[in-house]
Write a protein that binds this ligand. Structure first.
Ligand code: SF4
Length: 611
């Protein structure tokens, strides 16, 4: 039964595993996934904890839908305090690991302490064993997965690579060849705990409350998803579909945002010779992931731009290979591409001395040099050891105020969009709970010029202009998007099929309500389902403010304010500080936060009373 899966608390210092029941009242308030992870983090993490100390906690959490037949539901969130920012670390990831965790009887693992030597957790039916990882430590993510499967059989796993072991602050957690919990340095937290991997295999069925209705509704939903115009495109070219349209108006981060457009031929069609096939995460009819001919996966749109245009790479083949390398070493693509571009830009400006770069003259578009530096980052060698500190390298790199780093809250921007043209997007990355992040809100639907105003009224409760450069009404779009994406993250279904993510169709609150009923038997209104997302966003805000965040952290990279975009339709556009401040104030008001961006006391008490 879905509602009987357990919480396991693993204390690596004491080599002790404690298994607990989970109250349904808590599940009903937060659905699991991202929401319950931040709930436990907020409740359990002490004050002033160093993210790399044994006192930090690391949470792997599934959602109500994980492992069921619900489309695109093979997902989980990983959550902790970030060694990159000192605020919330949280990622959402697909693949096949999360369902196995659930089939083994667990919905969530909370890892405390630090193992004396490298270990892996081996999760089987109702059992968790702490095992020696000396044979896997030092191996890349692909090598280690092969070896672990040779030793343990058909397990699915989440693990860190050499970057995590070496405490690179932007190391990611990985499952499979490329699926990553990429942002905020969670691989680094794994490394700090001497935890190489969590490997799971379970044989227990996952009974739902209304199986016949579930089968019927899932069939209906799949047909509905597949009838959308965007699904077949996503299934044939993946996220690369976004490059052409963004590049056309000048929305591509290029050479550390000194430019805003790159090669027109870097569109999806150009990738075709390098793509072997499209593959999918568990229970996903969309299959948006590429398996490439060089043995890896991708490129995603993010890889194409952040390891391409952003560091001046011309050749598609080399971009794909860089993506494979970064993935295999367990580094985050977005942060790696952003920090590399930052360093090259600073070098070109004469702020960075050759003595620091191991004698390298940092250049745009030098593939061999990028390979050398990426390998050095993962192993913390020479100049790589400096870049491995991420934003903390600012003073050494000659940019003490981080004026040229494209980051918010010390987390590099996750996605390829140059946001100077798109004001809603700018607000979204400025206010996201885990730094400059597009996956918390990705507010682009309102600019679909073909979307009738009445449809937007139905979605947002109010008509919003399609003009991407307008600041009007954009706070409403960001708030609405944040809430629905948080809700689907709690259920652990993929955002690519969420209402509002590239499409006015897909899974809305009414579908969510239906699926929750099928799985749990709970009859909830759409407003109650939406409240789950709102609680999650508020809990993340409470956590961040407890860690020292203030309203001043909800801002943008200096370059987006002060340096207008130089190219194409976006030419001359930048973010106006006063208009941005007004938009931010509207955003706080829509969330019900105070003028300085705080969750009000009454709401805090209400959220802290959840159990
Ligand atoms: S749409 Fe893509 S990322 Fe989402 S579950 Fe399917 S294959 Fe995975």
């Amino acid at each position: 039964m879905v509602l009987r899966r357990k919480l396991a608390i693993v204390d690596l210092s004491k080599e002790k595993v404690t298994v607990q029941d989970v109250p349904n009242s808590l599940r009903k308030a937060l659905f699991g996934g991202r929401g319950m992870n931040v709930y436990y983090l907020y409740k359990m993490l002490g004050d002033n904890v160093d993210p790399l100390s044994p006192d930090n906690i690391l949470i792997f959490g599934t959602g109500l839908m994980t492992g069921t037949l619900a489309p695109c539901s093979g997902r989980f969130n990983t959550t902790s305090k970030s060694p990159e920012s000192g605020f919330l670390a949280d990622t959402n990831c697909g693949g096949y690991f999360a369902p196995e965790l659930k089939y083994a009887g667990f919905e969530r693992l909370i890892i405390k302490g630090k193992a004396k030597k490298p270990v892996i957790l081996h999760v089987t039916d109702n059992n968790i064993e702490i095992k020696d990882a000396k044979d896997y430590w030092g191996q890349t993510t692909n090598e280690a997965q092969k070896r672990i499967r040779q030793d343990l059989g058909p397990v699915e796993m989440v693990l860190c690579g050499p970057a995590g072991e070496n405490l690179v602050r932007f190391a990611c957690v990985r499952t499979g060849v490329k699926n990553a919990g990429g942002r905020t340095g969670l691989g680094c937290v794994m490394g700090s705990k001497n935890l190489k991997a969590v490997a799971a295999y379970g044989t227990q069925g996952l009974q739902v409350a209304h199986p016949d209705r579930m089968i019927q509704k899932v069939e209906e939903l799949k047909n509905y998803l597949m009838s959308s115009k965007i699904t077949p495109i996503l299934g044939s070219v993946g996220t690369l579909l976004l490059y052409e349209v963004s590049n056309a108006f000048g929305g591509i981060r290029t050479k550390n945002s000194t430019l805003n457009a790159w090669r027109d031929d870097h569109n999806a069609a150009f990738a075709e010779p390098f793509i072997e096939k499209m593959i999918a995460c568990q229970a996903c009819p969309v299959h948006c992931r590429h398996r490439n001919v060089f043995g890896g996966e991708g490129p995603e749109y993010t890889t194409l731009v952040l390891l391409g245009a952003n560091i001046g790479m011309e050749k598609y083949e080399e971009i794909i290979k860089l993506g494979n390398l970064v993935n295999d070493l367990g580094l985050d693509v977005s942060s790696t591409g952003t920090y590399l571009a930052w360093a090259i830009d600073l070098y070109q400006q004469g702020k960075l001395d050759k003595k620091l770069t191991d004698g390298e003259e940092l250049r745009w578009g030098d593939y061999e040099q990028a390979v050398r530096i990426i390998n050095k980052i993962a192993r913390r060698e020479g100049f790589g050891n400096i870049l491995a500190e991420g934003n903390r390298a600012a003073a050494k790199l000659g940019d003490p105020n981080k004026d040229y780093l494209i980051a918010v809250k010390d987390i590099p921007q996750s996605d390829p969009h140059d946001v100077r043209y798109m004001k809603a997007f700018a607000l979204g990355i400025a206010t996201a709970s885990r730094g400059a992040d597009h996956l918390r809100s990705r507010p682009t639907l309102e600019i679909f010029f073909k979307l009738p105003l009445e449809v937007k009224e139905r979605i947002y409760g109010k008509g919003v202009t399609a003009d991407p450069t307008s600041y009007d009404g954009k706070a409403l779009v960001v708030t609405w998007s944040e809430r629905i994406f948080a809700t689907i993250d709690c259920l652990e279904m993929c955002k690519f099929i969420c209402h509002g993510f590239n499409s006015p169709h897909f899974v809305d609150y009414s579908w969510m309500k239906e699926l929750v009923y099928c799985v749990t038997g709970w009859e909830m209104s759409e407003a109650e389902v939406s409240e789950v997302g709102r609680r999650t966003v508020d809990l993340e805000r409470l956590f961040n403010f407890k860690q020292g965040m203030t309203e001043a952290h909800d801002t943008l990279p200096r370059r987006y304010f002060d340096d207008p975009s130089p190219l194409r339709a976006a030419r001359g556009h930048h973010i106006d500080r006063q208009k941005f401040a007004k938009m931010k104030a509207e955003f706080y008001a829509l969330h019900g936060w105070t003028e300085d961006g705080r969750v009000p006391e009454e709401r805090r008490m209400e959220l802290e009373a959840i159990q």
